[in-house]
Each structure stands twice: as structure tokens, then as C-alpha cells.
Design a protein around this ligand. Sequence first.
Ligand code: OXD
Length: 308
Amino acid sequence: MSPIVLIDMGNDITQAQRIMVQRRPELQFCRPGDPEAQHAEVAICWTPPPGSLGALPMLKLVHSVGAGADPIIREPSRPATLAVCRIVDPGHCQGMLEYVLWGVLHYHRQFDQILANHQRQHWQRLAQKPAQQTRVGVMGLGQLGKAAAVQLARLGFHTRGWARSAQQIDGVQTFAGSQLPAFLEGLDILVCLLPLTEHTRGILCAETFAQLAPGAVVINCGRGAHLRSADLQHALASGQLRAALLDVFETEPLAPDHSLWQTPGVTVTPHIASSASFEVIAEQILANIDRLEAGLPLLNTVDSQLGY
Ligand code: OXD
């Protein structure tokens, strides 16, 4: 087996590599600048630096360590014939659900204001609003978005869902494609769980925010490029938005001096809404390495046209 090249090194990659080494001590790993990398058939990464994929002539498979592989698909030096695979962890949906429910409940029950009151030792019993009076909209009704919408509806929230194509979900008012304005109209909380495509890039923008209820909240656990940060900061400053919970950013990690850290109303979480377990990442990559060697079809391949 040729060495496996580890392109960018995040926590997930280091931990998955540790498990792979335990399971298969014969595997050899290298970094892009090492001479062995020229023979590598498999690469593992989350965000490949510009030019990195094109510089590895023998590469047959590039494996993402995430549920998404869009940073790989977007890399211009990626040869069109290169197979791209992602991780599919059954626990991913549960993690995302927990994050979205936490976010929605946090703002619905006004814990942002209660925590701010705590900071200044201010005792104020805020009026409790019934869930039915909070309008929550989920953008993106794939596996994750659908599960979130179903659970929000079960908790009694007035729940809407929007996706590219029409869907029917019990208890959820659904909208498709050009019905975006009707979906957004007067929402109190907007949750983005969309895949990043040319149609969804920048969708969290001034025009979108203007259609929400005054003082609405935006939760982004799709992709950083869905959000226009300057529009968000403007909408927060004007009071059109009350808060934003952001888990994903165009460049991760978010730079320590990025203005979003300091923007009043913004809560930054470090891309932790949901992550596959290190064991699952290691197992699925090992399974695909075996399949590549045996000439079998790879698991969890990504359609490079759709980007997911
Ligand atoms: C993702 C992940 O794809 O965290 O966003 O796995």
C-alpha cells in the first residue's frame, strides 16, 4: 500500500490517524511536502490548501473527515476524475438535532437576555411565550433539516421548512424554491441547514433578514459562505436581528481578531454542531482504502456536480 497523505491537520485528522495506526500498524502516513507523497493514492483532509490536490500525481481518492466535502470539491486543482468520499455517521443527525434544539430553546426562552441580566446582577422575570407563538423556519430539508423540523414541530413550535424541491412533513408548513419569501415572512428564528451550492451561497443576507420578524434570530449550521457577515452585523446593529448563533465560517478556525467574535448578539461555536466520532471517521476511511485496493465501489462518494 502506498503512503496516505494527510493534507491539512485538524483535530479530527490527528485523532482518526491515531486510531487507524492502532488498527493497521502497517499503514504509512506522510505530509504533502514529503517525497513519498508523490506516490500516495489516498489523501485525507478537510480543507485542502490551494494547489495541494493537483500536486499529488498518483492520487485516486481524497477522503473528507467531515460529513461534507465541499472544501475539497471547491479546490480548483482537484482533477475531475479523482474520487471524493465523505463520512456518514448515524450519530451526526442526533448531534445536529441537539444543537439546533438548544439554539432554538435558548432564544425562544430568552436565555440570551437572562444571561446578560445575570452579568449585571439584574433580577427580571421575562414573560414566557408559548412555543406556538414562535415561528421557526428551517432552510434545507435534507436528513438533518428534516429531523430538526420534525422535532421542533413536536415541541409545539410553529414550524416551517424550505427546500429546493417540494416536500411533505407532518406538522411542518413546507415551501419550495421560489416560495422563499413566503417561507421567510415574519419568522422569529431562522435555522440554516442548507448545503452550499451556487444557489445558496450568500443566502443569509440583508434581503433575507429584512423579511424576518423584527428582532429575529439566525442560526447558521450550514456553511460559512451562506452568510454575508457584513449584512448580519448591520442587521444586528439596526435591531432587525436580535442575535445570531454561528457554528460555521468561511475560514476556519475563525481568526482571533475577526470582528464576529466581538459583534454584540453573536455567539460563535467552533464548528461543533455535530461531528462524526473519531472511530467512525477512522473506520470509514479504512473501509474505503480497502475497497480502493480491491477495486470495489467506494462508500459515501460525493457527486462533484452537486457538491454533496
Ligand atoms: C461538516 C462536519 O461536514 O462537521 O460540517 O462534518
